[in-house]
Design a protein around this ligand. Sequence first.
Ligand code: PMV
Length: 307
Amino acid sequence: MRNGYGIACGKIILAGEHSVVYGQPAIALPFFSVHAKCFVSVSDDDDTMVSSLYSGKLDDAPAHFNGVKDVLNKLKNDLKITSNLNITIDSDVPTERGLGSSAAVSVALVRAVFEFMNQEASQDELRDYTHIAESYHHDNPSGIDSEIIIKEQTIYYIKNKSSEIMNVDVDAVLVVADTGQAASTKEAVQNVRRQYTDHAQAINDLGLLTNKAKEFINTKDIQGLGDCLYESHLKLQSIGVSSLELDKLVEAAMENGALGAKLSGGGLGGCMIALCTPDKTNDVLSSLINAGSKKTWVMSLKEEYHG
Ligand code: PMV
């Protein structure tokens, strides 16, 4: 019996979410603490899927899986797969939290279907197929989620222009905390777009902060980087994509020794990140748990640890 397996990590946007949609740069890191895995095998029945959110015929899957359905149909067509397939998705990337769940599932699915056909998807193929699914979850996606998940290296990204691999090696830690609130990236992006003229200056400033953050990473100035992150949070707040829960976690981290903290990803809920020196990790972590975080992760920014 033929099988295919694909795996993809999550992602963290360090700086530049939302402004990246308007051509400003963004920095994103692969997040290896969470993964989406996909298994593909021949189905005796129709195309079927098994996942924690839905199990059954793919045709009957809820709208959340429309992107997966479209990608699978296109893959079957392009790779000339005539048998029906069973897709099993096993992911610990929390959905709608800004950690790249939808892109990770798509990348894992494309990798699995290619492997099922004894082929390996190229980066361009991964990008093209994932874009189809991402269009359902985003309003005109910038492409940063799929790009970082495909590359699995830190990138400095400009939409439709460049994706430069960055070497991050600083003696600091990112604490990632989930508010537990699911949030729609599409809604957040549409809200910003609706009031674009009011937000044009803030969007430009977010781009400048991303460039400063890049500079501080290269010069290993972690306080400078922390300042950029917190200033970015205030700008993101001003364009209306933060939430009370996110602000509460950001302030808790700042009051307990973080060098900087901000929401990460689409916002309106989801996750935040706090930058701190390794010796402050415990203080920041416990302050986030006390302030209501539903889940936390710790990621070192030393080169040997974050991949
Ligand atoms: O998928 P999310 O929620 O991490 O958001 C991606 C980043 C945005 O800039 C908000 C959207 C985009 O297309 O770049």
